[in-house]
Ligand binder design. Sequence first.
Ligand code: NI
Length: 137
Amino acid sequence: MPKVTVHRKAHFNAAHRLYRKDWSDKKNFEVFNKCSNPNFHGHNYELIVALTGEIDKETGYVFDLGVLKDLIKTEIEDCLDHKNLNLEVAEFENLNPTAENISVVIYSKLKQHIPNHLDLKVTLYETPRNFVSYSGE
Ligand code: NI
C-alpha cells in the first residue's frame, strides 16, 4: 500500500524563560539575551504532528485523526497550555525550555502512544517565522 503522511495541527500558549540554573544571570543574558528575562515571556505555539505509514486496507486510514486529536489534547495541551514551562512542567525543571527541547519533550510524550509501524514527526512554531522539527533521531 502507498505510504502517506497525515498531519494534525494544534495550539497552546505558554510562558518561559531561557535560562540555565548553573550559569550566572550575566552569562544567561549574554547567551539568551532578552529571552532570559527573569519575569518570563509568552509564546503562541503552533504544533504540527505528522504520522507516516501505509494506508490501512480495511479503513483507508493511516491513523484515525480523531484519535490523534484526543491524544494531543490529553498528552500535550492539558500539560503545557497556559503553563509556565520553567516553573510548572516537570520536564523543564532542569531542561532549558527552548523550542528544540520542547519539541523533543512533545515527541517523547506522543511516541509511547503511537503504533510502532508509524513514523512520528513533530514540528513546533514558536513564532510565525521560527520553527523546529524533530523526528526521533
Ligand atoms: Ni521565548
